[in-house]
Ligand binder design. Sequence first.
Ligand SMILES: C[S@@+](CC[C@H](N)C(=O)[O-])C[C@H]1O[C@@H](n2cnc3c(N)ncnc32)[C@H](O)[C@@H]1O
Length: 319
Amino acid sequence: MLISIDSAVPNREIRGIRGIRETRGPRLGRALSLLANMVIFPICSSSAWSAYFAVPAVANRASRSSVSHTTIVLWLASAMFISKAGDVFSAESAARSTEREKPRYETREQHDRDGIGKFYMGREISHVMGHLGADWLERPEREEEEQPNLLVKLLKLKPGDAAADIGAGTGYFTRRMAKEVGAAGTIYAVDIQEEMLDLLAKKMAELEITNFKLVLGTENDPKLPPDTLDLVLLVDVYHEFEFPFEMLDAICRSLKTGGRVAFVEYRLEDPSVPIKRLHKMSEAQVKKEAASLPLEWIETIRDLPRQHVIVFRKTKDEN
Ligand SMILES: C[S@@+](CC[C@H](N)C(=O)[O-])C[C@H]1O[C@@H](n2cnc3c(N)ncnc32)[C@H](O)[C@@H]1O
């Protein structure tokens, strides 16, 4: 039942596409600037100057008066506007490219025992929950503590949607999502532990659920097909990603434009939530980490007892 999306979408091919995207923005900006500086400016300037100054020498008064002061000012202003827009576009795209290239992670010797000593934007990344803890994910009291059915309703999935449950574990949410999208929809259940996917597949077989695909991801790549998903769900997993930037980047590529990603994390802001610090995340930190990707915050849902659901929409990727 384990599918290899790798064969359909070779990783190298995705990197190739990204290579082109990374340079497109700055190039377009530079092209706009060049267009303004090398073509529009000279044409406007020369026609403006010749109309204003040279024409009297070679033509009659009627042709001189056909080019008014206003026309000249408008020509020059539009050329300057295009030039400026090109510069701004170029600068923004270059900043995003730089963001992709700069060293992102820091390792510290002194760190929390629940973390791996690797930090991203000031936050220590936690250990991955091992498959031996799978029973904890299926504990009966979880229904009351986390209200999983309410959470899935809040996601507003539609019949026929394609969605992914990344860090699916035993499939506690995969099976609930599969019900929402119906037979015409698909849920991609992604995990890096094969043992978790085995448990998930067993449970799905017992429940006779078939509208899902198992995907064995890696620490930096969920191995999902590009431009396919309406929603990516991340329950209690983002804080465990060893490569959060690379994972989010890949998630963005797998989403359709306008598709959503929902981070479900235990609320760090709420001291009454009885979970270890590194397994909680604040809304501000999630927003900070999402900001370097083509994601626009839509809403933060606070209806659950212990977690917040921070939802972003994929904007058109300018890079
Ligand atoms: C705490 S469990 C949560 C499981 C499930 N979301 C739930 O709430 O029941 C986190 C899961 O994420 C998986 N995981 C960690 N890093 C991952 C990554 N980079 N890609 C996919 N899965 C990952 C772990 O193997 C583990 O099964």
